[in-house]
Every structure is written in C-alpha cells, then in structure tokens.
Design a protein around this ligand. Sequence first.
Ligand code: KIV
Length: 270
Amino acid sequence: MKTPEYIRGFKNAPAPLVCLTAYSAPMAAALDASCDVLLVGDSLGTALYGMDNTLGVTLEMMIAHGKAVVRTAKSACVVVDMPYGTYEGSPGQAYESASRIMDETGCAAVKLEGGADMEAIIAHLVRQDVPVMGHIGLQPQSVIKDGGYKVKGKSNTEVSKLLEDAYAVERAGAFSVVIEGTVEPVARNITQSIGIPTIGIGASAACDGQILVSEDMLGMTPGHVPKFVKPYADIAGEIARAVEAYARDVRSRAFPDADYVYGVKKQVES
Ligand code: KIV
C-alpha cells in the first residue's frame, strides 16, 4: 500500500504522481492499479449526490464513502477529504473529525482546504500523527465567500497570497499539497519554491502530480465540465447506448431468451 511518505518522495521525481478521485468500491477497483493516490473528495457532493456545491457534504458521508474505497484499494494511498464545517473551528475540532475519519475508514491521510489560515490546524493534526494533504488556490469550500469558482494567481496580491499559503502548508508539516485552478506561472513558482509535492488540478503540467475528478474525465458528469478536464471516455454515452439496447430487447421480448432463464433447455438443431 502506498503511504504518505511514499507520496512525499515524488518531489521533483521524473514521472509525476497519478491521482484521481474515487467514491465507491467499483470505482476504486477500476482505478487502483494505475493510481498513486485515490482521493475520496468532497466533490462527491456535486459529482455523486447532485448538490450545487460541496458545502452540504457531511462527515458521515465522507466516512461511508471512505470505508468503501479503503476496503477495495490494494495499492493506492487513500486520502479522505475533511468536509466544510468539520475542522476550521479549532485544532481540537479538526483533530476530533480527522480521528473519526482515520479510525472509521482506515485511510492513510486526510485533506483539507486552506493555506496560512489553516497553518495552526494542519500543524496540530501533524503533531498528533495525522498525515495531511493541503489544498490551496481555488478552494471549492469557499465558493460563497469568493463569489464563484475563480481562477487564482491573476494579480500580484493573489500571487503573494498563494506563495504564503504554500509555505504555510509546508511549514505545518503537510506531506503534499493540491493546487487547484491556478495560472501556470504561479503553479510553477510554487512547485519550485516548496519541498513537498504539488498536485495540480487546473494548475498546469508544472506540478509534481496531477489529479482530476474521475467522473469528469470519464464523461460521466452531466452539464458543464471545466476547461482543464481532458475527456478520456464517454461512459455516460456508453451507458445510454447499453440501456437503449436493453429497453429494445425487453419491449420486443428478445430478452430474456433461453440463455438467461433457469430450467429451460436450449433447442439443439439436428
Ligand atoms: O474534492 C475533490 O475531489 C478535490 C479534488 C478536486 C482535488 O478536492
């Protein structure tokens, strides 16, 4: 099983880290062998539950999905997201939530959003032996506060803040950091400036690894998919075509034929 320390070793590695989200046992089974990290992201709120954003995701949801992924993954490092409202209040609240996630799922690490504002919280978790993946740049849990999902690093103020956030997350002891929705020169600058691997999502090839929401890259997301997502499959289309064929067969009574019925001998032609 890949560990947070193994992931930390990918700083400046020749081949970048391969990371994807997984929320369920079948998806974990399909992704595990090719991935270094499986993230049980709170993006499950939108990708799986049809919520408008991730703010309504609960600790119980993350634990249930985390358990399913940990049960199934054999090789990837499984990281579970801490949902909105379960860690920002105080180091004590963060530790209580993180211990529940770690103990009840058996995952290798937790991820939380925030930079300098979360330094004390990350440091507290790390001191208590909870491995933490940071998450800076565009932070979906701040969508209301930020007035939407906005690309980061376009002004000098934002560049300074992003660098400050990256240094804070590293200082606090995180073993890696996700950089989301950040312009290429700034993602490159951060990656060259800190000593832990950066994992980009919409943050260019300059990062030490890449992550995407699996449903987005597999063509399972209805509606808008962000510009940075390359489509690797059309699973929703495949499902629609399979279900159309099934519906045709049921309506014409072509299914189930003798091959799929108990106690019916197939006619053998002489
Ligand atoms: O929740 C999530 O899936 C994430 C990734 C997009 C990095 O945080």
